[in-house]
Design a protein around this ligand. Sequence first.
Ligand code: PLP
Length: 437
Amino acid sequence: MADHHARRERRDRAVHAAVARGLLDPDEAPVAAFVDVAGIAESARELLAAWPAGVEVLHAFAAKANPLVPVLALLRRHGLGCEVSSPGELAQARAAGFAPERIVLDSPAKSRRELVDALSCGIALNIDNFEELERVDALVAGAESAPRRVGVRINPQVGVGSIVAMSTAGQTTKFGIALADPGNREALLRAYAERPWLRWVHVHVGSQGIPLELNAEGVAEAVAFAQEVNALRPGQVEGIDVGGGLPVDFTGDEDTPTFGDQVAALRAAAPELFSGAFKIVTEYGRSLLAKNGFLASRVEYTKTAGGRAIALTHAGAQVAARTVFAPEAWPLRVLAYDRHGLPSTAELEVQDVAGPCCFAGDLLARERKLPKLQTQDVVVVPDTGAYYFSSPFQYNSLPMPPVFGFDTDETGTGDVMFRLMRAAETLDELVARSGTL
Ligand SMILES: *Cc1c(COP(=O)(O)O)cnc(C)c1O
């Protein structure tokens, strides 16, 4: 399991070094994001090691979790593939150097153009609904060769987890073909029987808040369906795409549950998945990246209001939209460092940690007991490597902050090395995306 002490130590050293090198200059760069390059290597290694050697697995990282091209390229070098859900994510995956056969396209609303692109390039495709299946029929009929790798996403309707918006296997969820609806199972079995090129089954039960057992139950439904197809036409379904959704614990530095825990749950619920009869694709996002990135911001001002201590920072909804808009579902830790980037030793006090946006709800933390923050201190928001600074929100025209990858100096001095992964957005660039006169 990942050494969470090492993770915390790397973060502390990175914060200190970032301050020392002016990467968090109070005037020039009051907010920045950081990616733990060694942590990504460790997470990728753990994922690869968690799956048994006897099955053929492609781990396709869900690009939406962190679509920064250098991050995607890093994951590619660690042996992962890439799961994409839009033309933009596909372009990012291509820019990161993924070969078409290492890319999987999922989206509930693929345009005809996207389908043509995927089919002609040999990108794996998961069909969402019966209408899309008909559209693909027409494209396949006109093609010279059989499509390389097409599947159908089923909705196993096994139920929702603790965050309904992130659950994709409810009775009425928008994704996939609802397998238990009257007539659908039979219709889908017929669809496979009539189309020998339908070779995969896809399922993704949800993203955060899904218990391992519920996820495994959904995967078991996909496996059972694949076996039903294969009972009629032996060998037709060659692979199961089991989706992602391993939940992340946002309360500490540990990875719990682990990839190994999820594999164990799958083994218990769907042992046939590991029989060697099926190839496997996984689509993990959050569990690979969340703990390998953090945000850091200077405290610009402090004040009190109605007796409440408030620290005003530069990290708000533009970099942490989920937490600001749905704080109950997406709580984040906030860590206090002093102006030199050392862990703060100030006395604890109950405080709000606010962002820069012009609405009162722009808070990263409410009534949080933290070392008393002062102007120029640094607040660090860990566990934001997935779905946070990598997918900024444009409200209030706050520019995207820079993102730095950090690693230890290879010469063994123990120094922290930074590499710019995304430059801070300039005001000229911001104006350029603000329409034309
Ligand atoms: C979002 C998504 C994932 C990744 O989910 P995580 O919770 O980040 O692991 C995988 N597959 C599909 C189809 C998704 O929509």
